[in-house]
Design a protein around this ligand. Structure first.
Ligand SMILES: Nc1ncnc2c1ncn2[C@@H]1O[C@H](COP(=O)(O)OP(=O)(O)OP(=O)(O)O)[C@@H](O)[C@H]1O
Length: 542
């Protein structure tokens, strides 16, 4: 059964449309073993739910630690009494009683309340179902994915849960590997048989496919339909199974209105949802509807309209007003400039760094692990070489202290350097940077590690200072980030979704300065519009 869970579609006390299971998949009848496994999972989910009702705490969730997601509490329909405690403790708006609480402040509290939709997804995941999580930017897809991964690792042996994303940057953000590297398909080009041969000759990849019980894929918008079908075929063939994806449980997340695949294999199947197998893959497709990143309803409405490629004159006027109001509070030089093209990002950061005429300290990443795996580390967000100096504008690229507000995307200024625990092969002068964050303390940053993981095995590790220069950032790199201020010239934006991705990073209109916008660049692909319309329609019919 395919369903969309939306606020308007779920009433208090109503059961969610998650009961269909993979049994509804037409091309691959469920096997007795799979039915037994799903039954066990359902029982497990029921036990967990009872435990949760007692403790109001998701059982797999560990106490918050630097780099981890904060603990969550679960809201159930019969638990919401409108009290500013327990499930209601913060988050701006209760999904159940629709009461407005304090403004959202996701990183400044130690507990996060899951929405009803998010709870439904986790229940489905715990029940062994394959799910597709979608929704606008800032609705908590990546946040939910972290929790879904914990749930999966509680159900299956940890080494059989594979966490992947379509790009290196997105993979690093969820401590996973790229889907391509998990699958062993290289660039994924060539005939299906050639691809299959390539994978079957790759010992690592074959083992991955054989032992996978669950596969998580983030930022699916950048995987094309043919690739998705190719992978599904490889899964079945290697696992010698007739079930869709060879019986692997899928947890897939992304927003097709955001950036599309850079080079689709087949222009007629540009998006993953155009894959022949797509509909058969999921027991549940969920469109999250509650936006957390922004709290201003006018901005949420504007972004929703841009997401769908609409150029409403009122919205264009509102955006135009941001051209006349450079951000003065932080000073324009303090605000990241988002560029559609990488060459502009590199040029601007280099120019700004050198214009400070300060002594530049160089950090060269230290990589370890097998060479074939090390090569992939360079695809992540941590740079091979980081050059900074006093006065440099920098952005944190790792969650250092989510509760204290120091998260991936936090920006600050390098105030100085101190001697510290750092190998001279990384920094010949043995210095660590001291950064004053805009919304946080001044702190000395030490080395952080980024792992490339295969199943539960760390295959390669990069050590680097968790910073990038942040006067300018590419729009591709900022997909997934939350920024309090940004400035951007979108007149050179290209392709569908780019204007939306750039604008939807910011928390409030006050934090946005547009130095250029061509309304013609506000584009949504008609196929994507049709896909989302059908998603809602299918739910209404079910
Ligand atoms: N239930 C919740 N309560 C409070 N905050 C939440 C909740 N769910 C998510 N958030 C917060 O919302 C913000 C946006 O979430 P997240 O980055 O996961 O969104 P996303 O849908 O993945 O966005 P994008 O599509 O832009 O990558 C994060 O700061 C996250 O912590």
């Amino acid at each position: 059964m395919i369903g969309v869970i939306g606020d308007k579609m779920l009433k208090n006390g109503e059961s969610s449309p998650v009961g269909g299971g993979n049994g509804a998949l037409p091309p691959s009848p469920i096997t007795p073993q799979q039915r037994q496994r799903m039954e066990q999972n359902r029982r497990l989910a029921l036990l967990k739910q009872q435990e949760r009702r007692r403790r109001l705490q998701w059982p797999e969730q560990q106490p918050s630690s630097p780099g981890s997601t904060p603990p969550v509490s679960m809201v159930e329909a019969d638990e919401c009494k409108g009290f500013p405690s327990r499930g209601h403790n913060f988050g701006g708006h209760c999904e159940l009683c629709k009461g407005t609480m304090s403004p959202p402040s996701p990183v400044s509290t130690s507990q996060i309340t899951l929405t009803r939709q998010q709870v439904e997804v986790l229940k489905a995941v715990a029940g062994g179902q394959s799910v597709f999580i979608t929704g606008s930017a800032g609705t908590g897809k990546s946040f939910l994915l972290h929790h879904a991964i914990s749930v999966l690792k509680g159900i299956y042996p940890r080494e059989s849960v594979f966490v992947t994303a379509s790009t290196g940057v997105a993979a690093c953000a969820i401590k996973g590997q790229t889907l391509h590297s998990f699958a062993g398909i290289g660039l994924g080009e060539g005939e299906l048989d050639t691809l299959y041969l390539k994978v079957s000759h790759n010992k690592h990849a074959t083992k991955n496919w054989e032992r996978a019980k669950a596969l998580v894929v983030d930022e699916i918008s950048m995987i094309d339909g043919q690739m998705f079908d190719n992978l599904e075929f490889i899964a079945r063939r290697i696992r010698n199974s007739t079930e869709v994806w060879g019986g692997i449980q899928l947890v897939i997340s992304g927003d097709f209105f955001q950036l599309p695949p850079v080079k689709p294999l087949d222009l007629n199947r540009e998006y993953a949802f155009e894959a022949t197998c797509w509909e058969a893959c999921f027991a549940l497709q969920v469109e999250l509807t509650r936006v957390f990143r922004q709290s201003d309803s006018a901005l949420i409405e504007l972004l929703q309209s841009i997401r769908e490629g609409r150029r409403d004159p009122n919205h264009m006027r509102l955006l135009d007003s941001r051209r006349r109001h450079p951000i003065v509070s932080a000073g324009p030089e303090m605000v990241p400039q988002l560029y559609p093209k990488n060459e502009d990002v590199r040029r601007e950061n280099n120019e700004r760094l050198r214009s400070l005429s300060q002594r530049i300290v160089v950090y060269s990443a230290l990589d370890s692990g097998e060479q074939s795996w090390r090569d992939r580390l360079g695809q992540g967000i941590a740079p091979n070489v980081l050059e900074v100096c006093v006065g440099a504008r920098v952005m944190l690229i790792k969650n250092i202290n989510p509760v204290g507000g120091l998260v991936n995307g936090s920006v600050g200024i390098v105030m100085g350097f101190v001697g510290g625990d750092i190998s001279t092969s990384i920094c010949s002068e043995g210095l660590l940077p001291v950064v004053k964050f805009d919304h946080g303390p001044e702190m000395t940053l030490g080395l952080e590690a980024w792992d490339t993981v295969e199943g539960d095995m760390v295959r390669a590790t990069r050590k680097q200072i968790p910073l990038i220069l942040a006067w300018a950032v590419s729009i591709h790199k900022c997909q997934g980030m939350t920024l309090s201020h940004l400035q951007t010239d979108l007149s050179k934006a290209f392709g569908c979704g780019m204007v939306y991705v750039a604008l939807s990073r910011v928390r409030s209109l006050d934090g946005l300065y547009l130095s250029g916008l061509n309304p013609q660049k506000v584009l949504a692909h008609p196929k994507v519009l049709r896909f989302y319309k059908k998603l809602v329609h299918d739910h209404e019919q079910s």
